[in-house]
Design a binder for this molecule. Structure first.
Ligand SMILES: [Zn+2]
Length: 384
């Protein structure tokens, strides 16, 4: 494994970590992990023997949706520890948090100004090794991270936020509970689909998206088929981890679109786990994008390109058209044991205008079909 080829796939984390610690002559380490996932995933048992001789500062005191204050707390620990390396083991929140801590630690600017974009980041402080314990966010390979400042979500972007190394060890997801497997898996699939139709997609990002869909969709199940969340097998866990990593590489280039834009308020105000919140509108947005016709406010050339894109996505999802694909996505959620309607997660009809108003228009710009507030209302009504 070299710096240029920094991804270790399908390997035991401990086998990959040992040479990296040696390569960087590590004596002082900042370890960032989830509160309980570090132990429950089996990562602690696997990695602790390697860390025994090191001076380790361990940070795990943060929430599922990291805040400015939590980043500041982590930066303070980084500065007192002065690590040679940052090692992060956990889900998307832990990965994002470690990326931000390491990105901010060497800067003299305030964390608030850096995270809200008042001043830009300069670069990461020391090498970072990311070991995901969920298959979903792809955060081990992206150059951005999400943070909440005064209750508002910000996406912090800088090339140096991308971890130097990542180790994909699917055995660390074997004890992940069914609901989290389903939610994170649907996040990966949504990220693959959204990045494929994103106006920012490239030939390279679409290759990653397509491969990710082919790995994730069968693992997540279908009409009557077994799903990785309800009947997990090592092969399905492995496919989902590789798929989620490729989806991460795809959004790193093309970003996400409408289902993600609609999801944030479901997470902040209704407590719906990120991937589940995204999945709730994925099928409905799929139908909306696939139904674009000459009556829609879209140029003829773009319409032809969009119809081709949506056709390709249906083929990747083994469906004849957009409607069938939307139905398959809903069936997949059911196979995973996820509720499929907004009312199932505590949203009332009178909340729908607020959900529409909550969407940041900037985040809709990557969607290949323009969305009015009226369109968003129709999309939400369809899954109410
Ligand atoms: Zn996501």
């Amino acid at each position: 494994m070299s710096d240029a080829e920094s991804v270790a796939v399908g390997r035991r984390a401990a086998e990959e970590l040992a040479p990296l610690l040696a390569r960087h002559k590590t004596s002082r380490l900042l370890l960032v992990t989830g509160k309980s996932s570090y132990q429950l995933s089996g990562a602690e048992a696997a990695l602790a023997p390697l860390l025994g001789g090191l001076d380790v500062a361990h940070f795990s005191d943060f929430s599922p949706n990291p805040t400015l204050e939590e980043v500041e707390a982590g930066v303070a620990i980084w500065r007192s520890q002065k690590p040679d390396l940052v090692l992060v083991v956990g889900g998307g929140s832990a990965l994002d948090l470690a990326k931000m801590i390491n990105g901010l630690a060497a800067s003299r600017e305030s964390a608030r100004d850096l995270l809200t974009g008042v001043v830009s980041l300069e670069g990461s402080s020391v090498p970072c090794i990311a070991v995901p314990t969920t298959s979903g966010s792809g955060a081990e390979t992206t150059h951005f991270a999400a943070v909440y400042v005064d209750g508002k979500k910000y996406s912090v972007t800088h090339e140096s936020l991308r971890p130097t190394y990542c180790i994909l060890d699917a055995s660390l997801t074997h004890s992940l509970p069914s609901y989290l497997t389903a939610a994170t898996g649907m996040d990966a699939l949504a990220q693959a689909i959204e990045s494929y139709w994103s106006v920012r997609s490239t030939a390279e990002s679409r290759r990653h998206s397509a491969e990710a869909i082919e790995l994730c969709a069968p693992a997540l199940g279908n009409w009557g088929e077994a799903s990785v969340s309800t009947a997990p097998t090592p092969a399905a866990r492995e496919a989902l981890m590789q798929g989620s990593h490729l989806a991460g590489k795809a959004i790193d280039i093309a970003r996400t679109t409408a289902p993600h834009a609609l999801s944030y308020v479901l997470t902040t105000d209704f407590g719906v786990t990120h991937g589940h919140a995204v999945a709730l509108t994925l099928g409905s947005v799929f139908s909306f994008n696939a139904q674009a016709s000459e009556s829609a406010s879209i140029e003829v050339a773009s319409l032809a390109a969009l119809q081709q894109t949506m056709g390709e996505l249906s083929v990747l999802l083994k469906c004849p058209d957009g409607e069938a694909t939307a139905a398959r996505l809903k069936a997949m959620m059911k196979a995973c044991g996820l509720q499929t309607q907004l009312r199932d997660v505590g949203v009332t009809r009178s909340d729908l205008p607020r959900l529409v108003a909550s969407v940041n228009p900037q985040r809709l710009k990557n969607n290949p079909r323009t969305l009015s507030s009226e369109d968003l209302g129709v999309i939400l009504e369809a899954v109410y």
